[in-house]
Design a protein around this ligand. Sequence first.
Ligand SMILES: OC[C@H]1O[C@H](O)[C@H](O)[C@@H]1O
Length: 300
Amino acid sequence: MAVICVGQSVYDIVIPYDTALVENQKYRVTRRLECGGGPALNAAYLCAVWGEQTYLVSRIGEDDYGKKIKRILLEAGVHLEYLVERDNIETPYSIILSNSDNGSRTIFNFPGEVQDKHYEYPALDVDVILSDGHLPKLSIQAIRRYPAALSVLDAGTCRESTMEVAPHVDYIVCSEDFARQYTGKAVDLEKPELCREIFGQIKEINKRHAVITLGEKGLLYEADGELKHLPAYPAKAVDTSGAGDIFHGAFAFGLAKNLPLLSILKLSSMASSISVESLGGQTSIPALDLVEDKLKERER
Ligand SMILES: OC[C@H]1O[C@H](O)[C@H](O)[C@@H]1O
């Protein structure tokens, strides 16, 4: 059984800072972190180090960043048979300025050239397909190829490619930014009727399941036909980059393990909260044991 993550692989260069930035100033950098990045890579890395048989369907160039990405993924045990390398494309990379005072980050993303071409998927027993919306054709093809698998869309922003995949998935797990861009309304937890309206509009896209993540305000989900709010676990954020990807990776993992939805959401939420307390996305993925221990502590 396996998890397939389809989408973007990125090489991240994270620079932490703790001062108010002013234009036309030069800042001396004493620390930087280089690691794997991109929503599909981060999620695939998590699923693999948490013990799932994981395949990454993505595209990188045959350049230095591509080689580094491959090394990181191989060490994690991600299956790379479907990670396509091309000598004529540049591996995507991001420069991330991370404010250690509050964890907020500014990402400059060089997307490289995305090639979303037809693909022969292998004969596998697949439990879960996670798409980050970057390779819509490959994502839809995977969903059709493995009809028994549960499919999840990591809907970070409401791009055309994300919307192409959205009607095909079992679960749309979207950010509040996506919800605002799509519905034109901002989630306000003080206004339950408005929340129900926004959630209903998101669910209409795929006519199945939806989750709206709200960062430090938690998330909205549905149980027994009712909209519910799950608060976030408290964290001292130093870098939120990749926190959403870690949420989605843990969500895919939980589905693969056949856990009930609320347990999946708690697992994902805790993994994401722990991750913001250290630098980087892929480098801040917590061990499964740690996440489970912290959850047990909270339930005591
Ligand atoms: O979702 C965050 C990730 O995507 C961005 O492009 C960065 O690479 C980071 O790892």
